[in-house]
Design a protein around this ligand. Structure first.
Ligand SMILES: [Zn+2]
Length: 611
């Protein structure tokens, strides 16, 4: 049925059919030339789902998206439209339409190159990031359950969101970044039983250990780090609201469960249907639940277990409700970005959406951002497969900056494959980067003045680096492209520092200074700038020797033996020593002032190992 049709000069026409989403090419194209698209709700709902309002100022079920520069406008049928009221939805749609129209008149946005685009799991597409309040960003990222050391999957999540946090600040936003701790949970209680420790002190201990890892990985502290045990009151209040709104029920014994059937859009975020949820009924273990997919909001305490008083008896919160309550407490019911690992999309974030909207219909997250998995040697990381690495275990072998560089080397949404080889390569790369900067700093400190400005070649190179870097970062944090932008500037720096031609360059000093300053500025965006590079370089060397199973003295003995072989013109022996060290990740470099060494990725070929 046609609900509303614009006048002759209007460019919008809308239609709504129950269960059918109808979209129309809306901007700059007259209705007569545009085509209607009727999409079955099931197939299009991933882009339009969201019980609440998921774009700034837009009502439930009314949404806009841009695809290949066309603005599509749509109204979602069914419950969302009913909840909002169609007239309100249409008003909002018209308002938004006018805004889009004005923008399109300006032609291509001048700042479209640097406008940040983020992939939104809710709409399954990249969207231009626009915060609810201009200039301010509110971001919530699900934190760890603190019962053990964090693994490299955690390193990936928090490095990814640290990069986003830093980049938003670079773009001039005032960012409120909230990352929680789940400091009470079944896993914590069970671990505490095993160790005979108090669960709260056990979790506090691992919160501290987590901070040690985050600091090593150069992740900035979030604005707020709420803990569940500090928010029991808010959690109880939210559960009560959900019960009052008819979306949860209490059970004998004091448990409280969320009723997924009371919430028709449950499953839309993750793309799961109610049928799929019902299929799980066969394996349901708790017959007290009304639906197999119902999940706990409040868990009654077993005898002797830690608990908090509640209207339903002593107990503790379920996992999912924590994030709904803590995000609402610190960022309000509507905020900009909610992040976490892809494994949290279902059930954790699906449940969070259901809870938040069931407690408060105004609840809304504008951008759902999820990072990809970490595999180990191309297999899923798991304790049972024995390929499970804690951050601490990796840092016993590699510099934390090598780990950070490795993680940034893949775009945050792609799966990343961890292997020792990959870490060696990352370590090698960061060594080259820092060595180049350290050499530049040393050279510039020893040089008093510059007679000529930076060369045109260097100025152009810096311009290209910055343009590539910011375009890539704004394109859904395309960090592999951003870090690749350093290649040419680093090559120029080494040429200026070490080649005959570079030494003669009249612009040498100014060119090096410009390159060093600009590379450092961009490294700062990625959390990789250093006040002193020597410490990191020494640390990388120390770890390389340790991986090679050599002490500094062992290495000196070999270097001296090789020098003696060279003096005696025993080239074969000299070469053998060099190749054997290369196979251990140690590179020898002969120069004017003797033989130096640097860590390098291990040369893998068996044939390189010469007896
Ligand atoms: Zn969470």
């Amino acid at each position: 049925m046609l609900l509303w049709k614009g006048g002759r000069n209007s460019s919008i026409t809308m239609s709504l059919r129950q269960g059918i989403l109808v979209t129309q090419r809306a901007v700059g194209i007259s209705p007569s030339s545009s085509t209607w698209r009727a999409l079955p709700l099931a197939s299009s709902v991933s882009s339009f789902q969201g019980y609440g309002k998921w774009m700034t100022g837009i009502g439930a079920g009314v949404c806009f998206r841009r695809r290949r520069r066309r603005n599509w406008i749509g109204i979602c049928g069914g419950e969302t439209a009913r909840v909002l009221g169609l007239s309100r939805a249409l008003t909002l749609a018209t308002e938004k339409q006018e805004t889009i129209g004005e923008r399109s008149k300006k032609g291509k946005d001048a700042d479209s190159q640097t406008e940040l685009r983020l992939y939104n799991t809710m709409t399954r597409q990249k969207e231009i990031f626009r915060p609810l309040i201009p200039g301010k960003v509110s971001m919530y990222v699900c934190g760890v359950t603190s019962y053990d050391f964090s693994h490299i999957g955690h390193a990936r999540v928090y490095v990814a969101f640290d990069v986003l946090f830093r980049y938003l600040k670079i773009l001039g936003y005032e960012v409120t970044y909230v990352r929680n701790f789940t400091d009470i949970d079944d896993k914590i209680i069970n671990r505490a039983k095993e160790t005979g420790e108090d669960p709260i002190s056990l979790s506090a201990r691992f919160c501290d250990e987590f901070h040690v890892d985050m600091e090593a990985l150069r992740c900035l502290p979030p604005t707020k780090e709420p803990k569940v045990t500090g928010h029991i009151k808010q959690i109880i209040e939210m559960i009560q609201k959900i019960i009052d709104n008819g979306h949860a029920y209490t059970m004998e014994g004091g448990d409280v469960y969320f009723s997924v059937e009371s919430f028709p859009s449950y499953g839309r975020f993750s793309g799961r249907s109610q049928e799929e949820n019902r299929a799980g009924e066969r394996v349901a273990v708790d017959s007290r639940k009304r639906n197999a997919a119902d999940f706990a909001l409040w868990k009654s305490a077993k005898p002797g277990e830690i608990s908090w008083p509640s209207p339903w008896g002593p107990g503790r919160p379920g996992w999912h409700i924590e994030c709904s309550a803590m995000s609402a407490e610190h960022l309000g019911h509507s905020f900009d970005i909610h992040g976490g690992g892809m494994d949290l999309i279902f059930p954790h974030h699906e449940n969070e959406i259901a809870q938040s909207c069931a407690a408060c219909a105004e609840s809304n997250v504008n951008y759902w951002v999820h990072n990809g998995f970490v595999t180990i040697d191309a297999e899923k990381m798991s304790k049972s497969l024995g390929n499970f690495f804690t951050i601490r275990e990796v840092l016993d072998q590699f510099s934390p900056l090598a780990l950070r560089w490795f993680l940034i080397g893949t775009q945050y949404r792609s799966p990343v494959n961890y292997s020792k080889r990959q870490l060696e390569v990352a370590s090698d790369r960061i060594y080259y980067l820092y060595q180049t900067l350290a050499d530049s700093v040393e050279f510039l400190n020893d040089t008093s003045s510059e007679s000529q400005p930076a060369s045109k070649e260097v100025q152009d190179c810096v311009k290209a680096m910055k343009s590539t870097f910011f375009t890539a970062m704004s394109d859904d944090l395309l960090t592999p492209v951003a870090v690749a932008a350093f290649s040419e500037p680093l090559k120029l720096m080494n040429d200026l520092l070490h080649t005959k031609k570079g030494r003669k360059d009249k612009s040498r000093v100014a060119s090096l200074r410009l390159l060093k300053d600009e590379v450092q500025a961009l490294l700062h965006v990625l959390g990789l700038s250093m006040s002193s590079y020597e410490e990191v370089l020494n640390d990388i060397k120390r770890l390389a020797l340790q991986r090679a199973g050599l002490t500094a003295e062992d290495l000196m003995v070999q270097v001296e033996e090789r020098a003696a072989a060279r003096a005696a013109k025993d080239w074969e022996r000299s070469d053998t020593i060099r190749k054997n060290l290369a196979a251990l990740g140690i590179n020898l470099m002969d120069g004017g002032d003797g033989t130096q060494w640097r860590p390098a990725a291990v040369v893998e070929e068996e044939s390189m190992l010469v007896k």
